[in-house]
Design a protein around this ligand. Sequence first.
Ligand SMILES: Nc1ncnc2c1ncn2[C@@H]1O[C@H](COP(=O)(O)OP(=O)(O)OP(=O)(O)O)[C@@H](O)[C@H]1O
Length: 201
Amino acid sequence: MLRLTHFGVGNLRDLELTVQPGEILCLSGPSGSGKTRLLRAIADLDPHDGEVAFNGSRQNDLPAHQWRRRVMLVPAESQWWEERVGAHFPLDAREEWEALGFSDNPLSWHVSHLSTGEKQRLSLWRALARGPSALLLDEPTANLDSHSRYLTETWLQARIREHGWPVIWVAHDEAQIEGVADRHFAIVAEHLKEVPCRSSS
Ligand SMILES: Nc1ncnc2c1ncn2[C@@H]1O[C@H](COP(=O)(O)OP(=O)(O)OP(=O)(O)O)[C@@H](O)[C@H]1O
């Protein structure tokens, strides 16, 4: 499980939060309230107060690259460093790209030709293919049309349940939160407030 203790970053102070294996915790809040900053701090990309631990290993006790490989952030805007999509993936997996709505194999494509939504779906697959232990998803479907969004949500939920990853999923859309969240927290006046959702009622 992923556990935050006396955690503080930016205006958010003294957070206590536990995300269980296979649990999707949705995080919402107004623009600029600190959602991305919180994920970046949990991923050891920004400084913070307090502690974060995964299955008993504390962030402070691991080199940053090892921590980030375990507690993996998928940012809203992905970075690509090779010319070809396939150079970013250890293996091809037809069932994965088909489940994400690609009708042709995207691994042979040029990164510079990808649409924003194609980049978003591929960056999620790339992260999951690297074998994380926990996931931090920053608006993972923000650039997708409704059909791609449905496919991506379904695929993510299946993989999360299968692997038992604890997940913090930043979302704005109430319908999405109702559909995927096991628990929902909103940033309200610099605190996290639990919002009842269907699965917690
Ligand atoms: N490293 C940093 N140091 C200081 N301030 C920062 C840092 N990173 C972000 N901020 C500020 O913290 C605030 C929260 O930013 P953040 O990107 O976390 O918002 P958000 O809730 O994710 O917003 P949005 O929904 O628009 O993406 C903003 O005012 C931003 O300018």
